[in-house]
Design a binder for this molecule. Structure first.
Ligand code: NAP
Ligand code: MG
Length: 492
């Protein structure tokens, strides 16, 4: 296949090699792999396809850079992050175009992702100079306890394709702020955003060797050498629970600090007293952001039987009116899925639900032509035993299940091994507060379909993960406590 990117594409000016020690270098094997535009199936770029030798080299560089980087002044690290934030905002249009081209989301959503991604750099520029400690006296009065925080050391960062910029900055921001060096493997389906980000960080003054980027069409061939080396001190992973579990096993060998942002199976609950306009708006965001390809996507929609018919009708009428197409067209509201396997998975999940009695209210088909599209779909009267209740749909399909009582719906919501996020729509404040205690999730949106916020601790409980990204907690994942004991004379 030939490369068909247009001359005006911001991709033309990107380096597409491995980024190691401040240089763009070929893979040792000289292998390349292609990046595809999911809206057109065209090849966008050919990138260096890294392997174990490149991985080991990148990690050696990160290990060598760690000492000097940890000794830099917090204000210096803060300033680099703030400059990179400014550059990202200045170049929002180019970055958004790259995100849309490689990942498919509509430009408007890509612009939001650039802002969201940049905000992590600004947030952590503010955290870099606020790394605290503690000093106290032991209970018996005989010891002074002095606690400091230090960078954990070289980190392994691994991110998925669905938010190619924001999943990177959510890890790179706190790692820089804390004084950690990094080896970073972005998803090979969407590596171009990460190359643009690395170039911006370099321009903002990030020293060579602090961030090293190695992409590969065989992710294990790069990540496994990092995990088994004994040289990396931390893994921060965002992706599927299956791969997260594998990496936790690998992390156990050298007892690496582990942060895991894994899959979800979000319940979206509309109570009988909800404002239905707000609930439908919330459903559109929680279901259709990123074409449903988000760990936070509403996966199971429980609607009180007193309002279920009206909710289904209103949601379907909105979903039907959406424009599906290439995200580069400003008119597009719903872009393609990431690839043919994603479309096949959604097709099979819808077929299974329909076999079990679900009614297709809108959608349920694949638009003709090139690209990996699936029409926004509403399924009513879904049997809770359907496959799509137990798996991440990762597509624009809203399955609706009626319920009758809060007790019943909380039980349904919690009947999953995941616990990332939930959504509830109600006018009853007491109930909303109760749900925060009873629904087993790390994040609960009440009367909103969007919880992501750089100032909030993002993360899940149960099999949705370990640790938090963003908020006050985000930087702590990259710091470790050291405590100094100093005898205190009894007569002090
Ligand atoms: P994935 O297959 O787990 O991939 C995630 C990352 O791991 C990619 O960089 C991937 O590389 C890499 N990888 C795959 N197999 C690996 C292996 N054996 N060893 C080391 N690395 C490996 O997940 P995905 O399908 O790309 O992304 C969707 C998943 O991410 C969903 O489950 C979603 O819920 C989750 N997610 C969670 C959050 C959160 O914050 N909780 C946010 C976004 C997404 P390649 O892509 O190059 O193969
Ligand atoms: Mg994958």
């Amino acid at each position: 296949m030939t490369i068909t990117a247009r001359p005006s594409d911001p991709i033309d000016s990107l380096c597409t090699e491995l980024y190691i020690d401040g240089r763009w270098v070929q893979a040792a094997s000289r292998k390349r792999c292609e990046v595809i535009n999911p809206a057109t199936e065209e090849v966008l770029a050919s990138i260096a396809d890294g392997g174990p030798e490149d991985a080991r080299h990148a990690l050696e560089v990160a290990v060598r850079a760690q000492g000097a980087w940890a000794r830099t002044a917090p204000r210096q690290r803060s300033a680099i992050l703030l400059r990179a934030y400014d550059l990202m905002i200045e170049r929002r249009e180019q970055l958004a175009t790259i995100v849309t081209l490689e990942m498919g989301k509509p430009l408007a959503e890509a612009r939001s992702e650039v802002t969201y991604a940049a905000e992590f750099l600004r947030w952590f520029s503010e955290e870099a100079v606020r790394i605290g400690g503690d000093a106290t006296i032991s209970g018996d009065g005989l010891t002074r306890i002095i606690v400091t925080k230090q960078p954990v050391g070289p980190c392994v960062l691994v991110t998925p394709w669905n938010f190619p910029l924001a999943m990177g900055t959510r890890k790179i921001g706190p790692a820089i702020a804390a004084g950690c060096t990094m080896v970073f493997k972005p998803a090979h389906l969407t590596p171009l955003s990460s190359f643009a980000l690395a170039a911006i960080l370099e321009e903002a003054g990030l020293p060579a060797g602090v961030l090293n980027v190695v992409c590969s069409s065989e992710p294990g061939s790069v990540v496994e050498p990092w995990m088994s080396s004994g040289l990396a001190r931390k893994i921060s992973f965002t992706g599927s629970t299956a791969v997260g579990v594998k990496l936790l096993e690998q992390a156990s060998r050298h007892v690496m600090r582990s942060s895991m942002e894994l899959g979800g199976n979000a319940p979206f609950i509309v109570f009988g007293d909800a404002d239905l306009d707000t609930a439908v708006e919330g459903a559109m965001v929680a279901k259709l952001r990123n074409m449903g390809q988000a760990c936070t996507a509403a996966n199971r929609m429980f609607v009180h039987s007193s309002v279920a018919d009206e909710f289904v009708e209103r949601l379907a009428s909105k979903m039907r009116s959406l424009t599906v197409g290439d995200g580069l067209d400003e008119d597009t509201q719903v872009g393609p899925l990431i690839g043919p396997a994603a479309v096949a998975k959604v097709r099979a999940l819808v077929a299974d639900a329909v076999d079990r009695g679900a009614r297709v209210v809108c959608g349920g088909f694949e638009p003709q032509g090139r690209g990996y599209f699936y029409a926004p779909t509403v399924l009513a009267d879904v049997d809770p035993a359907s496959e799509l209740m137990a798996q991440e749909i990762f597509g624009p399909v809203a399955p609706i299940i009626p319920f009758d009582s809060e007790h019943e719906v909380v039980g349904l919501a919690n009947s999953t091994s995941w616990g990332l996020v939930g959504y509830a729509f109600t006018r009853d404040l007491e109930r909303a507060l109760r749900l925060q205690e009873t629904i087993e999730v790390g994040m609960l949106g009440v009367n909103t379909g969007l919880v992501s916020n750089p100032a909030a601790p993002f993360g899940g409980i149960k099999e949705s993960g370990l640790g938090r990204e963003g908020g006050r907690a985000g930087i702590e994942e990259f710091l470790e406590l050291r405590y100094l004991a100093l005898p205190r004379p009894a007569d002090a």
